[in-house]
Design a protein around this ligand. Structure first.
Ligand code: SAM
Length: 275
């Protein structure tokens, strides 16, 4: 039984990083007319209330998007900030599927996987009338394998597990390698939390040892690594990023880190495997 609920964490610094990368990647893909298939292997509920009991319990959003929403940031944050503005006015935060659906076009398609019954129901309600969207109550790792290669379209994959089960780390490594084998031209975005650094090192080493090319790491931290419990940083492992993305993040991540954690934070933009 899954107990993780993203509503406790929506809008935190991990979401800020993940959704900035997602929004800028989609923005770039939209420069071409060819349709995009967006696959969200771990979709969550799609939309979150920032003033309900779950959000208030952790206060994570107020330390994340709450500290940034209306700040002046480098230009490459515009697409994300503009996409959020209407939701934030209503004290809501859009999850990855909603952000993607708002940015994508009529000719694009979205395949959303979510296993938690409550979040699944929320997704169905949110996208029931959107003909571009298919919501699947199924395992996202298996779903990815079934969806790739995408026919007649480019593919963008977001893999964002809760890492509630430790086996998720290995599943991510295996599933990304399988997806890459099926469609090496797809763009893959994998989010990871820094709770136990050795698990991230292992995930990175597994990908480095695989056939994957053009692999990048983008990380944003608010505290130094610790042996204590808690997420101090998070990152994105990205395969085939738009060529402009690393440059955008080289400016953007230090600016965000300055706002969120000027003394204790860090950021990194690094190519781990060349093209
Ligand atoms: N991607 C979302 C966003 O950015 O708004 C947040 C997703 S949340 C971190 C991870 C979600 O994955 C949870 O809602 C959880 O119920 C779901 N989940 C866990 N294991 C899954 C699996 N094997 N397949 C699909 N969904 C899964």
């Amino acid at each position: 039984m899954l107990s993780y609920r993203h509503a406790f964490h929506a809008g935190n610094h991990g979401d800020v990083l993940k959704h900035l990368v997602l929004a800028n990647t989609i923005d770039y893909l939209l420069r071409k007319e060819t349709p995009v298939l967006y696959i969200d292997t771990h979709a969550g509920a799609g939309r979150y209330q920032l003033n309900n009991a779950m959000a208030k319990k952790t206060e994570e959003a107020s330390k994340g998007i709450g500290s940034l929403a209306f700040s002046r940031l480098p230009e490459s944050a515009d697409i994300y900030q503009q996409a959020l503005a209407g939701y934030l006015k209503q004290r809501q935060y859009p999850g990855s599927p909603l952000l993607a659906a708002d940015l994508l076009r009529r000719q694009d398609r979205l395949a959303l996987y979510e296993l938690h019954p409550k979040d699944q129901t929320a997704l169905q309600r949110l996208f029931g009338k959107d003909k571009r969207v298919q919501v699947e109550s199924a395992d996202g790792f298996a779903g990815l394998k079934a969806r790739l290669p995408a026919k007649n379209s480019r593919a963008l994959v977001l893999m964002d597990p809760s890492y509630e089960m430790k086996s998720d780390y290995q599943q991510v490594a295996n599933s990304i390698q399988e997806g890459y084998k099926r469609m090496p031209s797809a763009v893959f975005l994998v989010w990871y939390p820094v709770v136990e650094r050795h698990r991230i090192n292992k995930l990175i080493n597994d990908l480095k040892a695989s056939k994957v090319r053009d692999l990048w790491q983008f990380e944003l931290g608010v505290e130094a690594d610790t042996e204590e419990y808690g997420m101090t940083a998070s990152g994105m492992l990205v395969i085939n990023p738009p060529w402009v993305l690393p440059e955008q993040l080289r400016t953007l991540l230090p600016a965000i880190q300055q706002q969120l954690a000027p003394d204790s934070g860090h950021s990194c933009v690094e190519q781990l495997v060349p093209e």
